[in-house]
Write a protein that binds this ligand. Structure first.
Ligand code: COA
Length: 259
């Protein structure tokens, strides 16, 4: 499967998906959005993909936002449809049944920041910059920024970021919980790989069920707890659960099968 705007490499269960449009600092053109949508739809059911590292090509940018050229002469109906399409693509990534880590190697602005927010975790290089500069263009974040950013960093800090449109450094993003780890640029990919590799040694069905349970953490807590209990029950029906417990009691490493 090849894509016009993505470079994809799968190695030992880990897919590295690189948005490869360096001339526009990997801006999210319609084609990039279509390619991301198609790849994540395919990979959700592809056993060869156990987890994803999502990054941008070149040393400068993860994704510098939506492709601003598309905004020329955009009217209200078209604008709403544009936001809904982007939200649908990013929700597919958020609901992806296997771990997705945004590997932020430079600018993550506007839709780029929102793309990172839709991933399950974020790691960044020291030179990364995050921001929601939409107010500079007379618009608002439309790919989930007003909804996911407050859920991740809290409403007060999110409000400042979206109202000022200012960029923050990787270190500041780490301080406010927007990224999980910051690496020197040359160590970024290996740091991200190590994080994902460690996660992928765990029971695959348990990872999927955990992601599903975490997705319910936006529900009222009583409903979220009911959902968690139901998913816990599902985990108990897996062979890997039996294997994990037997391995612990037998003082050996588990051999998970993903069943
Ligand atoms: N959409 C379309 N093209 C973009 C883009 C975007 N979001 N961001 C950058 N580009 C293009 C530039 O137009 C430029 O193209 P050109 O070489 O044909 O002129 C190229 O990418 C390089 O960008 P440039 O602005 O020259 O780099 P810089 O180092 O001076 O500045 C940024 C980098 C990221 C600060 C600047 O490009 C920027 O502010 N981009 C827009 C960010 C934004 O507002 N995103 C949110 C959109 S809702």
């Amino acid at each position: 499967m090849t894509f016009q705007t993505l470079d994809v490499a799968v190695d030992d269960g880990m897919a590295t998906v690189t948005i490869d449009q360096p001339d526009t600092l990997n801006a999210l053109s319609r084609q990039v959005m279509n390619d991301l949508d198609a790849w994540f739809a395919w990979a959700a059911a592809a056993p060869v993909v156990e987890g994803v590292l999502l990054t941008g090509a070149g040393p400068k940018s993860f994704v510098a936002g939506a492709d601003i050229k598309q905004f020329k002469d955009m009217g209200p109906e078209e604008g709403k449809a544009f936001a809904e399409r982007g939200q649908a693509v990013f929700s597919r990534i958020e609901r992806f049944p296997k771990p997705v880590i945004a590997v932020v190697n430079g600018f993550a602005l506007g839709g780029g920041s929102e793309l990172a927010l839709a991933c399950h975790m974020r790691v960044a290089s020291k030179n990364a910059r995050f921001g929601q500069p939409e107010v500079n263009l007379g618009i608002i974040p439309g790919y989930g920024g007003t909804q996911r950013l407050p859920r991740i960093v809290g409403k007060g800090l999110a409000t400042e970021l979206v109202l000022t449109g200012e960029m923050i450094s990787a270190d500041r993003a780490y301080e406010i919980g927007l990224v999980n780890h910051v690496f020197e640029p040359e160590d970024l990919m290996e740091g991200a790989r190590k994080l994902l590799r460690g996660i992928l040694t765990k029971a695959p069905r348990a990872l999927t069920l955990t992601l599903e349970a975490l997705a319910a953490s936006d529900l009222p807590v009583e409903r979220g707890l009911q959902y968690e209990a139901a998913l816990f029950g599902q985990a108990c029906a897996t062979e890997d659960f039996e294997e994990g417990v037997d391995a612990f009691l037998g003082r050996r490493q588990p051999e998970f099968k993903g069943r």
